[in-house]
Design a binder for this molecule. Structure first.
Ligand code: ADP
Ligand code: MG
Length: 681
């Protein structure tokens, strides 16, 4: 379905062929000459003609062909920028900044003037800006204030193959916008060949292919799985460096800053030990939080007689192209935003990449010459363990958060929202019901003020409500510790057989003062923090150091989120029980059970019979409380409530008036008395 045409009118505007590089050339002339050598350059006129003829165009081209840096410039050069801004979205902040800097350089303008970028909490644009790079999330925010994007003449949705949640939602919204804004040009650009899917979604929009210049890349697998891929990658870099000619740089895919720093340190140390016996190895890290001056370093030309090794996250998979790479080392992992349904948290976790991603990574070695890719996993694993394609983010996210996001964008009828990959209707309906019960939506289905704030947190709506309510109750600090500890699941405490009694005593120490498992977890975290995060303290209290350290990580992330929405994370009630337990009730009233006549608990929602898990600090309570809240249900031999705490029924009426009325609670007060009478006998 590829379509190409040449328009003579636009051909005249093309600049004359660049002369061959000469030493006298200025830096800028060299850059301009470089532009003309990009694979997209010969297709400039055909592409512009296709844009002229179509409202929506799907663009496919290998990474490095010049899609991101050149196409907005082409559009500007033929005058679209006179009609409105040219916007180009990127799923990653670093890519938006880096590409904007490059294009400003190519156009010889100051970054932030004609060419700018907008990422969350950092806008570098001006009223003069005509080409604006931005994250997909930022364009979504712009749609909030400007639903028809009237300030733009062209929108390029770049890296659409990444299928981030924001990109997916943008595609649906833009499909609608181009229907009534006939002057808006939409280009959906993707590095992979799944263009058909985008084309179908946009009512069979035309596909424009830019043939890449790809050289063959030999793929090597490891014979056995690697237990430590960071170390294995370092060994591979050194092997390449000492055994292969100096004509190509190395690109290593790792998962994040920590790994990249660790690999960088080991590499520095080992090359130092080899001393002058080997050529110089220049180590360049690239990851999201790297300061921008250092980011620029990866693009610097490698001096003669040395070799560059780029240690990158999957940002270098398709978002950024580094010239001169011949060797690719692929650990087979990435950090991916996933929603852990069990613990209600969205977080970045290390996951295996897909086959498609592995092939993209390998391709980075064959841009300018034949390359080699060393996969630090087995061929069997590639065939049998990797998913063929990356799963779109919408399928990995909490549905409640998708609904909050869409509602905050003013999308009212979610059941008719034209998703590219539609989530099951019943999961949408369940999410709507839950958000209504939590008070995030009102009875007309509109977002409330509370809901708008909840949308800021990448947490399960029950947790985000808890966090927000705790601000009013002045127990932020307690709740953040509690939430971080709850999200760890089981296994913070250990119980060696020969010291079971000691372990139980240590455990019950945290329970003193009441508030069940929730407050025990809080006290445990609090005491550990007081001990200055001591490992000895952990040993004495039978707490797993490695696990509780994760809680510290999560807590820090949550603090950051709170600061962003201007909630002070340090406000505390000094461990008082009632305020934090009220906050938990406000978020978790769905997970409430009450003691029935038979001495068994029944959930209020589905009237299921449930039991307190034997690991709970409440398991041996002589007088089980009438009302309890639990964090989750786990079915083993019976349906168990895990992480349980007592609550007062009045709190339910106070914090969940949609769900509980006086009468429900009054009725149980009677039952409570009845229950007591029975137990006396
Ligand atoms: P695509 O979007 O098709 O993957 P790009 O437009 O990102 O391609 O890249 C085109 C060329 O521009 C590549 O050769 C790349 O190396 C170069 N380039 C991009 N950003 C920079 C930069 N910040 N510094 C130097 N070169 C860059
Ligand atoms: Mg690109």
């Amino acid at each position: 379905a590829s379509r190409r045409r040449t328009s003579t009118k636009e051909k005249e505007e093309a600049k004359p062929e660049a002369p061959q590089s000469t030493p006298q050339e200025t830096e800028h002339q060299k850059i301009l000459a470089g532009r003309k050598r990009l694979p997209v350059y010969p297709y400039r006129e055909e592409l512009l003609a296709a844009v002229k003829d179509h409202r929506v165009l799907i663009l496919v081209g290998e990474t490095g062909s010049g899609k991101t840096t050149q196409i907005p410039q082409f559009l500007h050069e033929v005058g679209y920028s006179k009609l409105g801004k040219i916007g180009c979205t990127q799923p990653r902040r670093v890519a938006a900044m880096s590409v904007a800097a490059r294009v400003a350089q190519e156009m010889n303008v100051t970054l932030g003037h004609e060419v700018g970028y907008a990422i969350r909490f950092e806008t570098c644009t001006s009223p003069k800006t005509i080409i604006q790079y931005m994250t997909d999330g930022m364009l979504l925010r712009e749609i909030l204030t400007e639903p028809d994007l009237s300030g733009y003449s062209c929108i390029v949705i770049d890296e659409a193959h990444e299928r981030t949640l924001s990109t997916d939602i943008l595609l649906t919204l833009l499909k609608d916008i181009v229907r009534y804004r006939s002057d808006l040009k939409l280009i959906v650009s993707s590095a992979t060949l799944d263009a058909e899917k985008f084309s179908t979604f946009f009512d069979n929009a035309s596909i424009f292919m830019i043939p890449g210049r790809m050289f063959p890349v030999d793929i090597y697998y490891t014979k056995a799985p690697e237990s430590d891929y960071v170390d294995a990658s370092v060994v591979t870099v050194l092997q390449i460096h000492v055994s292969q000619p100096l004509d190509g740089d190395v690109l290593v895919f790792l998962t994040g800053q920590e790994e990249i720093e660790a690999a960088g340190e080991i590499l520095t140390m080992r090359t130092r030990n080899l001393g002058s016996r080997i050529p110089e190895l220049i180590i360049c890290p690239i990851y999201a939080n790297l300061p921008s001056e250092q980011q620029a370093k990866i693009f610097e030309k490698t001096p003669k007689g040395s070799r560059k090794v780029v240690l990158a996250t999957n940002i270098a998979e398709t978002s950024l192209t580094i010239d001169g790479i011949k060797y690719v080392i692929d650990t087979g992992f990435q950090k991916q935003k996933s929603f852990n349904a069990k613990y209600g948290m969205e977080s970045l976790i290390v996951t295996p990449i897909s086959q498609a991603a592995a092939n993209q990574r390998a391709g980075r070695g064959g841009r300018t010459q034949p390359g080699k890719c060393f996969r630090l996993f087995t061929a069997w694993s590639f065939q049998n363990e990797l998913e063929p394609n990356t799963i779109p983010e919408i399928a990995r996210t909490n549905m409640g958060n998708v609904v909050l996001l869409l509602k905050s964008l003013g999308v009212n009828n979610l059941l008719h929202f034209d998703f590219m990959d539609r989530p099951p209707s019943d999961s949408l309906i369940r999410a709507l019901e839950q958000l209504y019960a939590l008070g995030a939506l009102n009875d007309r289905g509109d977002l409330t003020k509370l809901g708008r704030r909840m949308a800021e947190f990448p947490l399960d709506p029950m947790l985000s409500k808890t966090v927000i309510v705790s601000e009013k109750l002045k127990c932020m600090s307690e709740i953040l510790s509690m939430v971080a500890m709850l999200s760890l699941g089981a296994g913070v405490f250990y119980r060696p057989k020969d010291k079971a009694l000691l372990a139980d005593t240590a455990r019950m120490n945290f329970a003193r003062g009441g508030g069940g498992d929730h407050m025990s977890l809080y006290r445990c975290y609090h005491d550990w923090a007081q001990s200055n995060y001591s490992s000895i303290w952990c040993m004495e209290n039978f707490v797993q150091l490695r696990t509780i350290r994760k809680a510290r990580d999560i807590r820090e992330q949550l603090e950051g989120l709170c600061e962003r929405v201007e909630i002070d994370p340090a406000v505390s009630v000094d461990g008082e029980v009632e305020p934090p337990m009220k906050a938990i009730t406000a978020g978790f009233f769905y997970n409430v059970a009450r003691l029935g006549r038979s001495g068994e608990y029944q959930t209020v929602k589905q009237h299921k019979t449930v039991y307190i898990h034997p690991s709970s600090v409440m398991a041996k309570d002589e007088k089980p409380p009438t009302w309890v809240v639990y964090f989750e249900l786990a079915f083993t031999t019976k349906e168990f409530m895990r992480q349980v705490a007592p609550i007062e029924p009045e709190w339910l009426v106070e914090f969940a008036p949609h769900y509980f009325q006086e009468i429900d609670v009054a009725e149980t007060n009677k039952k409570k008395k009845y229950g007591k009478a029975r137990s006396k006998r």
